[in-house]
Every structure is written in C-alpha cells, then in structure tokens.
Write a protein that binds this ligand. Structure first.
Ligand code: BMA
Length: 341
C-alpha cells in the first residue's frame, strides 16, 4: 500500500468514528446506528437528507435539507456535540442579499458547506428560472449573505474547493436540465472574486466500465486534500426498470490542475443495500454531501442522504480509500486531460 496522508492540517479527534467491522472488506463502511437522522425528526418536519456538516469551534454545525409538510425543501442550521445527535433549528436560515434586504430562495436543496480562508460558503440547488446553483456566505452562522448566482440555469451539484487554487476560487458543477436530468458530467469553473466565473473545464465523464455511473454523475462533499491529490466522493446514477439508482464513487483529481483526473475507481464504493437506503421517499438513493476528516489519524466520516428520507454516516481512512481508487482505476474518456476541447 502507498503511504497517503491528509495534507490540510485539521485535527478532529472528536469526529464520529467506528473501526471497520470484522468480516467487512469494503473500502467504505457504515455507521452501525444509521440512520443518524430518522423520519419525522422534529415537529412539522417530514424528512431531512442530502445535508452538509462542518467542524466549528470544538463541535459540529450543519446546513440541512429540510422538508416540512409542504415537502418543498428549504435549508436550516443544526448543531451537534458529537456529529451524530443533531438539534435542528425551528426556522429556515434567514438569508439577506448584499444590500441587506431579506432574500429567501423559493426552494433550496442538496447544500454543501465549505470554509475557504475565513469565510463559510453554502452552495445549494436553487430556483433561478429552473434548477441552478445558489451561493451564500457567513462568518458567524448568524448573518447569512446571499450572493449572485454563479452560473446560468440549468445546473446542480455545486461543490466548492476548500482553498483557492492558483489564486482563484474553484467550483465544480453539473450542468443539467430542470427536471430529473437523464445526463450529466462534472465541470469546473474558476473565479477571482466569487462574482465572475470562467475558465470552464470538463472534469469527469459519466460511464466507463461501471454501469452504476452510466446515466449521470455529480460532485459530493468538498474535495479533501491528500498527498496524492484532491480526493472527492461523488454520486453516480444508473437507470433501471424501477427508476434511477444513486451510488457513491471516489476519484482523485490533480492537486494543482483539478480538471485532470489522476485516478478514478471503476467500482462504486457504497451502493444502496440497507433498508434506509433502499426504501424511502425515493428508493435506492445514496447521496453524499459532506465529509469530516482528521489529519492525525487519516480518518474520514462521510455524510450522505439515504432514500431522500434519512441521513447516514459512513467511514473510511485516507490510506484505504486512496489506495482502493488507485488499484481499481480506469481511464474514462479524456478525463486525464485538461478538459478543454
Ligand atoms: C436529484 C436531486 C437529489 C435527489 C435525487 C434522487 O435530482 O434532486 O436531491 O436525492 O435526485 O431523488
């Protein structure tokens, strides 16, 4: 096995963790008490899933995709001492625009939460004449400033890198249609100021040997810096007689030029198997949106939405997962290139 390290120096000794269960030889394993957020988790809330968490001042904060009894999704903050038991706010996040006026997205789903320098960014799927990417920032989790939409519709799965590369913010996205998109690759865009985005590049192609990712793919948690490059978990989708099935894959992107794929596993690393993944509002969906990692031990905890109904947690180590991706690597399309035809 190659020695692989987490290179961003965050120590998180209190993050959720369980050792790999005996007899399990998969690269990623589930928390034994999943789902960590169950159905009807708070008064008036039907489901919470596809949500983002982050370590903050010794405990954990999250931005949650909440569906109340209208079933229209919105975002709420949540807090946890251990990253597993969550107390969800009773009210949606109250955004203001840059002029200080209240601004509430008509709907908001699949949030990611990423710290770049001293600012936390929330990236979600918003309504901008159809599905598009919404962004907001906060420094204290009390005041949330909604920013200009970065991209034209239709687009989803906006995933920000946790540091600037070559002096620019870098964001992944998955251009799509406004419905249950039956296609899609992952692209990347850069911005010097978080307002103007360009230098667009193609990153990853759907398909390859893995049928589990034959219909479309989309970025997951913010990429994690490792000694082999950026480790990113993502979702891959296949169509079946019973509808779409969402699994989780893993890829390593080049550290300095992340539109280049270095290694990409042909295998899923987690696929719907447990009752809470197979059965819910939408069956057979495993949708990763966040990860915590501890530089001292190399531990990684992944938060994923299960069956559009629950939140699950799964574990791996940087050493295990990166070696697995290298061992099961396949080159798909021109993924290894700069992504600029
Ligand atoms: C996608 C998104 C996700 C959802 C998935 C499966 O298009 O809407 O929020 O988990 O479909 O329903």
């Amino acid at each position: 096995m190659r020695e692989v390290k987490l290179t961003a120096s965050q120590s998180l000794p209190n993050m959720p963790w369980q050792d790999r269960p005996a007899g399990n030889d998969n690269p990623v394993w589930r928390h034994s008490d999943n789902p960590v957020i169950k159905r009807n988790p708070a008064k008036g809330v039907a489901r919470i899933f596809n949500s983002a968490v982050i370590a903050y001042e010794g405990s954990f904060l999250g931005v949650f995709r909440v569906e109340d009894h209208t079933t229209r999704p919105h975002l709420r903050m949540g807090r946890s001492a251990d990253g597993l038991d969550w107390i969800i706010d009773e009210q949606p996040i109250q955004f203001k625009d840059e002029a200080g006026h209240p601004y509430m997205p008509r709907y908001a789903y699949d949030p990611r939460l990423v710290k770049v320098e001293d600012t936390y960014y929330i990236i979600w799927c918003t309504d901008f004449y159809g599905a598009a990417i919404g962004v907001a920032k906060t420094q204290d989790f009390k005041h949330f400033v909604s920013l200009e939409n970065p991209f034209l519709p239709f687009n989803r799965n906006g995933v920000l890198f946790p540091k600037k590369i070559g002096g620019n913010f870098v964001m992944l996205s998955r251009p799509s249609d406004s419905g249950h998109t039956p296609f899609g690759d992952v692209f990347l865009s850069e911005s010097p100021d978080f307002v103007y985005w360009g230098k667009h590049r193609h990153v990853m192609t759907k398909g390859g040997q893995g049928w589990w990712q034959s219909t479309k793919i989309g970025g997951g948690p913010a990429p994690i810096e490792t000694s082999e490059g950026w480790l990113m978990f993502y979702h891959g989708v296949t169509g079946t007689c019973n509808g779409l099935v969402y699994s989780m894959g893993a890829v390593i992107l080049d550290a300095d030029e992340p539109s280049r794929v270095k290694y990409r596993s042909r295998n899923f690393v987690l696929t719907p198997e447990e009752w809470y993944e197979e059965r819910g509002f939408v069956n057979n969906v495993l949708f990763p949106c966040a990860a915590l990692s501890d530089a001292d031990t190399g531990r990684i905890a992944i938060y994923y939405g299960a069956a559009d109904t629950y939140v699950g947690v799964a574990y791996t180590t940087v050493q295990e997962i990166v070696n697995y991706v290298i061992e099961t690597h396949e080159e798909v399309g021109d993924d290894a290139g700069p992504g600029r035809i």
